[in-house]
Structure formats: structure tokens, C-alpha cells
Design a protein around this ligand. Structure first.
Ligand SMILES: CC(C)(COP(=O)(O)OP(=O)(O)OC[C@H]1O[C@@H](n2cnc3c(N)ncnc32)[C@H](O)[C@@H]1OP(=O)(O)O)[C@@H](O)C(=O)NCCC(=O)NCCS
Length: 218
């Protein structure tokens, strides 16, 4: 069975993440950019790692990271997702969310966005925001499912294409009902990860029993 781990990024992951960034965004941040983010106290960088045995032909690993050292006896480990959250006053700014092209549409984006939103909630932040290209239907659909709403537009925000960006916000993270919303999202991602063993690696302060143990989702 493949294991999916969501964990903090560290310097040893930089070259693999830059490669993933190139595949997801065409090269948004450089190695120096990621290094700066890792050093910033306001930035949380998360990676999604898949580990599996070579014999496991059920779900193939398509993307083998170049410098990611195996910590288990799993023979293949790949970084297939990256997410970044900046804490600015009481706001969570989601600056990066990317899933390897060959792993898209498998609910990993949902899993990572849920994790970022849960992190924002644990930090006591009040709302979340991000920018997304007007043509990025898959990302928009994902964000709307998490309650984000359009509040504005930045004209010609993307230099390469000249495309506008929509500004999305998701409020009410600090209200009591949001905890129940998080539980619903959690149930959904667990269900979607059927067939994987899922692990949040010491990411969350609360609900240690829930999050710091392995979930077997079969
Ligand atoms: C946007 C992105 C992160 C989504 O990740 P993903 O793992 O493919 O998405 P998921 O499988 O978790 O899908 C979650 C929801 O997104 C929407 N979605 C995802 N892919 C979609 C597609 N190709 N078409 C339409 N909707 C799509 C659906 O609403 C889906 O919900 P559903 O499964 O209940 O139908 C991924 O496509 C990606 O990395 N894209 C390139 C980088 C990028 O554009 N990032 C966002 C920058 S703001």
C-alpha cells in the first residue's frame, strides 16, 4: 500500500520542489525563492510525499525525486504536491498550491488545501485569501468548494500571459462553526484517499490522536 505523507518542507527538498514547481507552474519560484520561504518565520511550506514499494503496481509512482532520502523501507518516494501559506496579521495568504500533473484529479489538491486551511485555523487566523488566473477552472472549482468567494480582480496580473487574476477570500475561520467544517473536509479527504495510508507528520498541535497517527483508508 502506498503511503501519503504531508509534512513541512526542509532544505533537502528544494531541488525536487523546484522541479515540481516547474511542472506545475512553469517555474514560479527558484531554489533561492524556496530557500527564502524556508527561512521566513511567516511562511509555512508543506509538501505531499508518496512512498511505495516498487512491486506495488496498483498505483505507480511517476515522479521520482532526485535528492529525497528514503526514511522508510519504501523504495520509491516522490514529492507530488507543494503548498505554501503566509501569515500576515490575521490573514492566511495561500501563495502556492500545486499537484504534479500526473497526480492531478485524484483529490490530492483537496487534501493539501484542507491541510493549509487547518493550519490557518490552528494559528487562530480569521480569513484566507489567494489569487488565481481567471482561466484556471480546476483551481477555481477547488477553491469554491472550500468556500472561497470572488471579491475582486487584478488586471493583467500574470506578466507572461497578460491574464487577469481573481482575488478570492474565505472568511469565518475564527468562528465556532468552522471547526465542524474542518471535520467535514477531513472526513471527505479521508474517504477520497481510499487505498492509501495517510499521515500528517506532526503538523497539527491539536487532535494529536487524530492527526499524528497513521490512517489506513481501506
Ligand atoms: C489546481 C490543482 C492544485 C488541483 O489539484 P487536484 O489534485 O488536481 O484537484 P483535486 O483532485 O483535489 O480536485 C478538487 C476539486 O477541484 C476541481 N477540479 C480539479 N481538477 C479539475 C479539472 N480538471 N476540471 C474541473 N474541475 C477540477 C473539482 O471541483 C474537484 O472536486 P471533485 O473531485 O469533487 O470534482 C491542480 O490542478 C494543479 O496543481 N494545477 C496546476 C497549478 C495550479 O494552477 N495551482 C493553483 C494556482 S492558484
Amino acid at each position: 500500500m502506498a503511503i501519503i505523507r504531508i509534512q513541512k518542507m526542509s532544505p533537502k527538498h528544494i531541488s525536487s520542489v523546484v522541479e515540481l514547481d516547474r511542472l506545475c507552474f512553469g517555474g514560479l519560484w527558484s531554489a533561492q525563492g524556496y530557500q527564502r520561504e524556508l527561512e521566513s518565520p511567516n511562511s509555512d511550506l508543506l509538501i505531499l510525499v508518496i512512498s511505495q514499494n516498487a512491486e506495488d503496481s496498483n498505483k505507480k509512482v511517476f515522479f521520482k525525486s532526485s535528492n529525497f532520502q528514503s526514511q522508510t523501507n519504501y523504495s520509491h518516494q516522490s514529492i507530488i504536491g507543494i503548498g505554501c501559506l503566509w501569515t500576515i496579521l490575521e490573514e492566511a495568504h495561500i501563495t502556492i498550491l500545486g499537484i504534479h500533473p500526473q497526480y492531478q484529479r485524484l483529490s490530492f489538491g483537496k487534501l493539501l488545501l484542507y491541510t493549509l486551511m487547518r493550519s490557518a485555523w490552528e494559528k487562530g487566523l480569521e480569513r484566507a485569501t489567494l489569487e488565481v488566473a481567471t482561466s484556471n477552472i480546476s483551481a477555481l472549482s477547488l477553491y469554491y468548494k472550500f468556500g472561497f468567494q470572488d471579491v475582486g480582480r487584478r488586471r493583467r496580473y500574470y506578466q507572461q500571459t497578460g491574464e487577469d487574476a481573481l482575488i478570492l477570500w474565505r472568511g469565518h475561520l475564527d468562528e465556532p462553526e468552522f471547526e465542524e467544517t474542518l471535520s467535514e473536509w477531513h472526513r471527505e479527504v479521508i474517504t477520497r484517499m481510499d487505498g492509501y495510508e495517510l499521515s500528517w507528520e506532526e503538523l497539527f498541535l491539536e487532535d494529536k490522536n487524530l492527526y499524528n497517527t497513521r490512517h489506513t483508508c481501506t
